[in-house]
Each structure stands twice: as C-alpha cells, then as structure tokens.
Design a protein around this ligand. Structure first.
Ligand SMILES: [Mg+2]
Length: 151
C-alpha cells in the first residue's frame, strides 16, 4: 500500500519568505506583497525541493500530492500556483495539485509543511513533518528520513 504524502508549497517548495522580504525592502509600506499580481508565479524554488518531488514520484512507496492553502487576498494566486507547478514540476504534479484552506480535510500518511497550525495542519490525521524545524531543517534531511523508512 502506497503512503499518501502531501507537500506544502510556500517555504517548502517555493521561497515565499525571500520574495516577500525583497518586495518589502523595495516598498516598506506595502502590507501584503503576496497580494500583488505575479507574486506566486515568480517565487524561486527551495533548494532540493524539485529533486525531492521527483524522488516521491518515482519511488513506488509513495503517492505524492501538493497541498497548499490559498492567499485569499490575491485571487490570482490560484492560477499562479498552478502555473508555478507546471513550470518547475510538470503536468504530472499539476494533476496532483490541491488548493485547500483546511489541510486536515485530506486523508493521508504524511504532511510536509513549514507551519504546525493555522491551515488545519494541527488536525491532520497523519504525521506532520515540520519542514524548517530543527529535526527537518531542509530537503536533504527530510529525504534521508523517508529513504530510511524502507531500507
Ligand atoms: Mg508553507
């Protein structure tokens, strides 16, 4: 039985914090840079994230999906997230893209997310892999954890 694994986008696959910081530096009075057109489409990939997604897709132990919450202040984010996924991960992952404001509604074994709570992460039925924490600081460490699960 394959393990269903959900992977968050912002600050897990794409560098939300970096771009937000750059935009605030240029325009400090802008309260919500993430509400701007083009914000989500132009995020840089997080180091190792693309390779990790290839790993999850090619390893027969896993059934991976992208699970991201929308920025409701930016209606275009729904489209831009979809465009980003095709650009960096291809159509296979476009077909595995889920945009949900409540991540606890999805059934599965793992959720890799940089936030412990706020979008239903705290009620997710499987194991929360807290990306960016001391235990899972980056993709290298995170992939090692999953590789060790079946060796
Ligand atoms: Mg996130």
């Amino acid at each position: 039985m394959k393990k269903t694994i959900y992977i968050d986008m912002d600050d897990v696959l794409c560098d939300f914090t970096k771009r937000r910081g750059e935009m605030l530096y240029k325009n400090p009075v802008m309260s919500y840079p993430q509400s701007q057109y083009g914000f989500y489409e132009n995020l840089e990939p997080i180091l190792g994230g693309i390779n990790a997604m290839v790993y999850f897709l090619t390893d027969s132990s896993y059934d991976p999906y992208i699970l991201t919450a929308p920025s409701v202040l930016n209606p275009l984010c729904y489209t831009e997230k979809r465009v980003w996924v095709e650009k960096y991960l291809g159509m296979e992952y476009v077909n595995r893209l889920i945009i949900s404001p409540n991540k606890s509604l999805l059934k599965g074994d793992y959720l890799i997310d940089d936030c412990r709570e706020g979008r239903g992460q705290e009620h997710f039925e499987g194991k929360l892999i807290h990306f960016g924490s001391d235990v899972f600081p980056d993709w290298q460490t995170t992939i090692k954890y999953f590789e060790s699960k079946h060796t």
